[in-house]
Design a binder for this molecule. Structure first.
Ligand SMILES: [Zn+2]
Length: 183
């Protein structure tokens, strides 16, 4: 009888041990902020796509030693971006045909990025990643979807106070309704 009780007790303890172990490993899930992450911008239109290809031709591959230049070029691409991605996935998906997707893979602490304005802010802090590589990428069926850039979050743009059209900061009047820029 005692043997049975000890046996049951051991089985229960082992069961609890495994439950706690599993619980423990599940709570280790939060992403490692020092692990690799990906920043991607999709542009569309011959001028922007040509610029994107030129950036990758000049700075592509291992770009750790040229981060300042890469950040600057990504900042120049951002105002024209239709979609972006910032996260840990490497394979990306975009359901639109055409366009060019520039992908920067980094091993560096990942800042919180909610919209494309945050991307611009974070690029200024990417001074010393442990590794960095820049390339054009294609769209994969099982990849993480790129996010459409919201007009309100479009870097280098403002919204017309009258017709709500989004246009570049360098314009002095709304190209849609002709209202002058105020303020
Ligand atoms: Zn307008």
């Amino acid at each position: 009888m005692i043997g049975v009780a000890v046996g049951v007790g051991v089985v229960l303890l082992l069961g609890l041990f495994f439950v706690f172990r599993r619980g423990g490993s599940a709570s280790e899930a939060p992403p490692d902020s020092s692990a690799g992450w990906t920043l991607a911008l999709r542009v569309e239109g011959s001028e922007d796509e040509e610029f994107a290809r030129d950036v990758v031709a000049r700075l592509g591959g291992d770009c750790r030693s040229r981060m300042a230049e890469v950040a600057l070029e990504m900042l120049r691409l951002a105002p024209g971006a239709t979609h972006f991605y910032a996260g840990t996935a490497r394979a990306l998906r975009c359901d639109l045909p055409g366009g060019a997707i520039v992908k920067l893979e980094l091993v560096a602490p990942r800042p919180a990025i909610d919209d494309l304005r945050d991307v611009m802010a974070c690029l200024r802090t990417l001074d010393a990643p442990r590794s960095a590589s820049l390339a054009l990428t294609q769209s994969w069926v099982d990849g993480q979807p790129l996010v459409a850039v919201d007009d309100d979050d479009r870097p280098g743009h403002r919204r017309c106070a009258f017709c709500r059209h989004s246009f570049v900061l360098s314009e002095f009047e709304c190209p849609s309704c002709g209202a002058p820029v105020s303020g």
